[in-house]
Design a binder for this molecule. Structure first.
Ligand SMILES: [Zn+2]
Length: 422
């Protein structure tokens, strides 16, 4: 299984250039990177606006291929921006545009929901450097990085022979050196990395990838994860009666708290409007937007914590498989699940499960709450109330979420349900 990690290295000095030259180029490239990121976001929002209007008129979403000439938005954005941001190495620029487009995509739901403000990249944003633009070599005990940063056109403007810069990097501790040695030996693979400026120093965040042996858990050992309203997460197993649950409500409580704060700010803005005048609309609406981001950030943190717990429980029980419901179909009606963003949680569970060598299987959610996990009988009336399950056939009585999680943890559950319904 492939793993990706990042290690930070400080640039000590350029080898064949002065700091003045390298510093100037880095600042220029950083300026272009920031502008390219923000312009990509702008193009993405223009497309989003067009998309929404199109959907209203024709009842379907437009295809980027038909209207922009590119199957992906970032392809279109790159083509639009490449002449304007001509100083950057083209492969790096393409990566920068892709980064912004990905950010827009992942933020879209939160922004439309009002939980997050539209991404805006700051002056200190990192510079992208793709794997083909970064070389590492060893010279005695020194580590030298070759950074391809500028385009041919900009290289000529700078009156340079090469478009790359050799820099000496600091690798003081053993782990840092070990990673570089493995990269040089080809044991690790370089990924898309970044340069960043922090406290008046330049650093390279090296992204490296490596294969790790898979944990050999039994794939027939299954943990079922039920996502619900009373408990956001309920876990059960096919080979034991163990159960775990997560008490919910914290995201909703936090949202309510933020909404109150937002209201207060709006009130203040009304009465103290004069104080902020002269700074433009941007500064006037800013505090409210900052507050909105908090809900999304909080939810992100909470989902990281929940997913860690879920995967840890699967590891504890040596489960080779986690089964979850494919909830994409019901998202539209169920506002609770939509707000809570189960999708994000499932993504995080999937990511951490894969890291541990656990496969994730999605199953259809139909009848998992109506089926008796003990005898297999399916009947709508089995679930008398929200919290309790009681089987009309065998009398089995238990917590409704536990019963559902047990069904979800059953091997070939979709097939079994289809057979029963016949
Ligand atoms: Zn039963």
């Amino acid at each position: 299984m492939k793993h990706t990690k990042v290690m930070r290295y400080q640039i000590i000095k350029p080898i064949n250039d002065t700091w003045e030259t390298l510093g100037h180029v880095l600042r220029e490239i950083q300026r272009e990177t920031r502008a390219a990121l923000n312009k990509t976001i702008q193009l993405a929002w223009e497309w989003q606006g067009f998309s929404a209007e199109y959907k209203q008129r024709y009842e379907e979403y437009p295809k980027t291929k038909d209207h922009l000439g590119y199957s992906a938005l970032h392809g279109y954005a790159y083509n639009r921006l490449k002449d304007e941001f001509y100083r950057m190495n083209t492969a790096n620029l393409s990566q920068t545009v892709k980064r912004a487009a990905d950010k827009w995509k992942s933020d879209l739901k939160d922004v439309l929901r009002g939980d997050k403000s539209i991404a805006s990249f700051k002056k200190d944003c990192p510079i992208d450097i793709v794997s083909q633009a970064l070389r590492i070599r060893k010279d005695g005990s020194d580590y030298i990085m070759t950074l391809s940063l500028v385009s041919i056109k900009y290289r000529k403007e700078l009156e340079r022979k090469q478009s790359f810069f050799d820099v000496l990097i600091s690798a003081n501790d053993k782990t840092q050196r070990d990673i570089l040695d493995r990269l040089i030996a080809g044991e690790y693979k370089l990924g898309a990395s970044q340069l960043l400026y922090h406290k008046k120093k330049w650093f390279v965040n090296v992204n490296y990838q490596f294969e790790k042996e898979e944990t050999a858990f039994d794939q027939d050992n299954i943990m079922g994860v039920d996502l619900g309203i009373v408990y956001p997460v309920y876990m059960a197993f096919n080979n034991s009666l163990n159960r775990y649950k997560i008490e919910g409500g914290e995201i909703e409580r936090f949202r309510a708290q933020v909404e109150r704060r937002k209201k207060q700010l709006l009130q203040q803005a009304k009465y103290c409007g004069d104080g902020r005048r002269g700074h433009g609309t941007k500064t006037r609406i800013q505090p409210i937007e900052v507050v909105s981001d908090k809900v999304a950030n909080f939810r992100d943190t909470v989902n990281h914590r929940y997913s860690r717990y879920v995967v840890d429980m699967a590891i504890k029980h040596r489960c080779g498989t986690i089964q979850m419901e494919d909830l994409s179909g019901i998202a539209a009606e169920d506002t609770f699940l939509k707000r809570w963003s189960y999708y994000d949680l499932q993504q995080k569970i999937e990511y951490k499960a894969k890291e541990a060598g656990i496969q994730v299987v999605y199953i259809k959610p139909d009848y998992t709450s109506q089926r008796c996990s003990k005898c297999g009988h399916i009947e709508r009336d089995n679930r008398t109330e929200q919290a309790t399950f009681e089987c009309k056939s065998c009398g089995f009585k238990t917590n409704a979420d536990f019963n559902a999680a047990r069904n979800i943890a059953t091997k070939d559950i979709e097939k079994i349900i289809a057979e029963t319904l016949k």
